[in-house]
Design a protein around this ligand. Structure first.
Ligand SMILES: Nc1ncnc2c1ncn2[C@@H]1O[C@H](COP(=O)(O)OP(=O)(O)OP(=O)(O)O)[C@@H](O)[C@H]1O
Length: 343
């Protein structure tokens, strides 16, 4: 097997005994786009900072491109970084900001100019060379930070919530820019986000974390179709997977919770459904309406109906679904591939 480009082995980081992250092991292939995903405080930024060398681990080993960098300084790791704060120098122009690292590294002037031109071209910033960051929009500032990472031309780029200061529309467009850049330049990217849509749409590999621990590592579709536990099931997908107590849907042995996605639920004729629910709310999204349902022993039950629906809260609705679309979890919330027979 070829060696992973980034290899993290059993890494832990604590502050005065308080947990940052623990048991972090990851193998990242060269050229991959990896999203570190999870709720606030789960340890995403700590993991990224450990990769960057801004923090050093208490336990474990980190290697990049076959070289042990566990204790190496950030400048010795051949990587670039893009942060949500952009980290631009306000008194320097766009060009000076982009070329800052090259000047420090004493790259010859002609080469600097060539790299600058190329990076501004890729990020759509040609013509903005002489502006100061204060004269740019948030999206343009973010592009400057990206341009700086491009000229650095490092094989590994670490990004910490780079889009969180942008509005939704701009976020969607810069998201595409970053993804395209990454594949055009063949960079390996590790990207921190708490936004599951961002992670699912950009990454080849998603690392979902909670309370300093990795919950699941896999392709977006693995996390969506085969969540390793109930936390992953409820974190990934919009709307998240509904969870049904086995008491509310008996007949599956060894099962504590049953998971079901909105797209696998249909509205059934009266007397024909498997669960009789009450409509709690309707959320109109344009092409479809998410109809929230309540039923004792369930959370997050939602059915997706085409177009606009205005169903009054409190109305009874029966729903149907097929056993093949159910997900099963044991008493510890861990995925069971099949319920035990004979229940
Ligand atoms: N310098 C520090 N000193 C003490 N505790 C820290 C330090 N940095 C992080 N932590 C703790 O480590 C845990 C993980 O923090 P981290 O910043 O990695 O989370 P995160 O997933 O990036 O969260 P967010 O999305 O809110 O940025 C948290 O409990 C946090 O309080």
């Amino acid at each position: 097997m070829t060696q992973p480009f980034v290899h993290v082995e059993d890494v832990a980081k604590r502050w005065n005994g308080q947990l940052g992250v623990e048991n972090i092991s990851l193998s990242i292939p060269e050229g991959a786009f990896v999203a570190l995903l999870g709720p606030s405080g789960c340890g995403k930024s700590t993991t990224l900072r450990l990769l960057s060398g801004l923090e050093l681990p208490d336990e474990g080993r980190i290697s990049i491109d076959g070289r042990d960098v566990t204790l190496a300084a950030p400048s010795e790791r051949n990587l670039s970084m893009v942060f949500q704060s952009y980290a631009l120098f306000p008194h320097l122009s766009v060009a000076e900001n982009v070329m800052f690292g090259l000047k420090v590294r004493k790259t010859p002037k002609a080469e600097r100019q060539k790299k600058l031109h190329r990076a501004l071209e890729i990020t759509g910033l040609l013509g903005y060379e002489n502006r100061k960051p204060g004269e740019l929009s948030g999206g343009q500032r973010q592009r400057v930070a990206l341009a700086r990472a491009i000229v650095a031309n490092q094989p590994l780029c670490l990004m910490d919530e780079p889009l969180s200061n942008l509005d939704a529309k701009l976020r969607a467009s810069v998201r595409k820019d970053i993804k395209k850049l990454q594949s055009d330049l063949g960079m390996t990217v590790v990207y921190v986000t708490h936004d599951q849509t961002e992670a699912m749409s950009m990454a080849d590999m998603v690392v979902l974390m909670k309370d300093g621990h990795i919950q699941q590592v896999g392709a977006p579709e693995d996390l969506y179709y085969k969540p390793a536990n109930t936390f992953v099931a409820e974190f990934v997908g919009a709307p998240p997977m509904a969870l049904i107590d086995s008491a509310a849907l008996p007949g599956f042995g060894g099962v504590e919770k049953i998971g079901l996605r909105a797209e696998n639920i249909h509205v059934a004729e009266t007397g024909q459904g498997r669960l009789s629910c009450q409509v709690s709310e309707c959320e109109f999204l344009g092409s479809e309406t998410f109809v929230g349902l309540s039923h004792p022993g369930t959370t997050g039950l939602t059915v997706s109906m085409p177009g606009l629906r205005n169903i009054p809260a409190g109305q009874q609705m029966e729903i149907g679904f097929s056993d093949a679309d159910l997900h099963f979890f044991d008493a510890n919330g861990q995925r069971l591939n099949q319920p035990q027979p004979g229940a």
